[in-house]
Design a protein. Structure first.
Length: 145
């Protein structure tokens, strides 16, 4: 599975921790930046990861900023993206199972390293439940058009 990663300066350090964790667990990574803690604009990295998913350069994405909010809003502007800000494993699992989220958004100033990795694992190990949830996702996709 290929995972696209992106973060702004506030999420850079956590992105690097997540990248190491994913590589240790045999995921393929595409890192869309940023590459330092120097101030950058979070929307750019949300867009990069969203576009990578839509272009099928990656299967799922993980984006990180200070709260997870701004970068998730940016990623969700890419048609077909369903980015979910999650603060615990249950939310991450439900984001995949019920909402077919294709990007996980995390807040580096909201969750610590250990919790972040638990959330990442829950997100990546879950899969879409289909059935009644598919109807709801289709409603969102149709509205988006």
């Amino acid at each position: 599975m290929i995972i696209a990663l992106g973060a702004d300066h506030g999420g850079f350090e956590l992105k690097e921790i997540i990248k190491k964790h994913l590589l240790e667990n045999n995921y393929e990574i595409k890192d869309y930046g940023t590459d330092s803690a120097q101030s950058v604009d979070y929307p750019v990295y949300g867009f990069y990861v969203g576009e990578a998913i839509i272009k099928q350069e990656a299967d799922l994405g993980i984006v990180v900023c200070g709260t997870g909010l701004g970068i998730s809003i940016a990623a969700n502007k890419v048609r077909g993206i369903r980015a979910a800000v999650c603060t615990n494993g249950y939310m991450a699992r439900m984001a995949r199972e019920h909402n077919n989220a294709n990007i996980l958004a995390l807040g580096a100033r909201v969750v610590g390293e250990g919790l972040a990795l638990e959330i990442v694992d829950a997100f990546l190990q879950a899969s879409f439940g289909g059935e009644r949830h598919a109807r709801r996702i289709n409603l969102i996709s149709e509205y988006e058009k």
